[in-house]
Design a protein around this ligand. Structure first.
Ligand code: C6P
Length: 401
């Protein structure tokens, strides 16, 4: 596949062919076809769904629900198991608030890790605090990885929930999730999987994984902002209570009682993000066309090249040298990550610096933050040249002080 041809479909690269966009873990760029699909909805049938008894509203409803089918197929789920949310954060919170607040009780145990993004860990910290349950952390190995062996040391018959990432947004490690899910199920626990950094980068099939919940965001996979997905096994979603009430999710409302629609609708209160769902479905089609084989291979190649060259620069500390995905976290000795970031910007390189909303792993690494470069399939070898030059510039500039 020709990278230049791929890049031609992105207005940002047409504007700035030499931009090294290496902040893909924060957000991926959008190809024309995703923007066109959103535009088409607003321009040609931009009305509300599920409500109007007229042609345009049927059309919008059909497109919205077709989008759900496309996204369900993308992750191997059933149509009714795909709940649209604002993003991964709201999906992860929905599980904690709806499932956790009801099913976690005094003395129960929830397992999580120091590798979690705040949106995966904090909702369960809150549940455990309110419900007087114990939050346990899988000890990370010397490289900061989650291992099955270490998972076994915290798993007990009291474990009710495992809240864990599939790919860490700081370390880029792939969690050995299949084995963890199997072991969790053996003690009757459910697994809520944070797939925000996995679903855009590798084939994720919820039935094959047998995870109970999976959360992810549209904007990290070439889709729009403000849309994400909570996948849940239907038998769990069916028993869960909504956490938001109001328009569209209601079935019957009387003075003395109220009932709700079946999943997924009981969790989608109010006018949904129709354009977002349509845009995300288009992004799924686009990613399927690019193909995960290509995406995985490309990211691996770029990462290997970048790590090789980065390792040759004195005073650079790489925290995740052997990670499997396109995320590199590092620091330049004596240079504050935010100071370095400004030099990267001057070199036309977009990276992220700081704790990446994952303060637990930042503390574990005994640092105040890291510089993070993250690749996607549309990145070029030339981006690595710009990136390496920026590292050298930052080192030379701040190294003087
Ligand atoms: N991580 C990053 O730069 P939202 O913001 O809701 O779309 O996604 C939250 C989220 C949850 N889990 C993981 C593993 C994530 O990486 C993120 C988002 C971005 O690393 C923004 S903080």
């Amino acid at each position: 596949m020709d990278i230049n041809e791929i890049r031609q479909e992105f207005q940002i690269f047409r504007n700035e062919p030499n931009l090294a966009y290496l902040d893909n873990a924060a957000m991926a760029l959008k190809p024309d076809r995703v923007i066109r699909a959103i535009d088409d909805y607003y321009q040609n049938y931009g009305v509300n769904v599920h409500r109007g008894v007229y042609r345009l509203s049927y059309q919008a409803t059909d497109k919205y629900e077709e989008a759900r089918t496309t996204i369900a197929n993308f992750i191997g789920a059933k149509f009714e198991e795909v709940v649209f949310t604002r993003g991964a954060s709201s999906a992860l919170n929905l599980v904690a608030l709806s499932y956790g607040m009801v099913n976690i009780n005094d003395g129960d145990e929830v397992i999580t890790t120091e590798l979690e993004h705040h949106s995966s860990h904090m909702p369960w910290f809150n549940v455990c605090k309110v419900k007087n349950a114990k939050l346990k952390y899988i000890p990370l190995d010397k490289d900061g990885r989650i291992t099955v062996e270490n998972f076994k040391t915290v798993l007990t018959n009291k474990t009710k929930v495992v809240a864990i990432n599939y790919v860490s947004n700081v370390m880029g490690y792939i969690t050995p999730i299949r084995e963890i899910i199997k072991l969790a199920h053996e003690v009757g626990a459910i697994v809520t999987l944070d797939g925000a950094q996995a679903v855009p980068h590798m084939k994720v099939d919820v039935k094959e994984l047998d995870c109970d919940f999976l959360s992810f965001s549209g904007h990290k996979m070439c889709g729009p902002t403000g849309i994400g997905v909570l996948y849940g096994k239907y038998n769990l979603l069916e028993k869960m209570e909504p956490v938001e009430f109001g328009g569209d999710m209601a079935d019957t409302v009387k003075l003395t009682s109220q009932t709700y629609k079946l999943p997924p609708y009981k969790f989608e209160t109010g006018t949904p993000n129709v354009a977002g769902a349509i845009g995300l479905a288009k992004a799924c089609e686009y990613i399927n066309e690019i193909g995960f084989d290509f995406i995985v291979e490309r990211e691996r190649k770029l990462r290997t090249l970048a790590v090789e060259r980065l390792s040759q620069i004195e005073d650079v500390v790489i925290y995740n040298k052997d990670a499997e995905t396109g995320i590199i976290s590092f620091n330049i000795n004596g240079v504050h990550p935010h100071d370095a970031a400004s030099v990267f910007d001057n070199n036309n390189v977009c990276i992220r610096a700081g704790h990446h909303c994952a303060q637990l792993i930042t503390s574990w690494l005994k640092t105040i933050g890291t510089i993070r470069a993250s690749f996607y399939f549309y990145n070029r070898e030339e981006d690595i040249d710009l990136f390496i030059n920026a590292v050298k510039d930052a080192k030379d500039f701040f190294g003087k002080f």
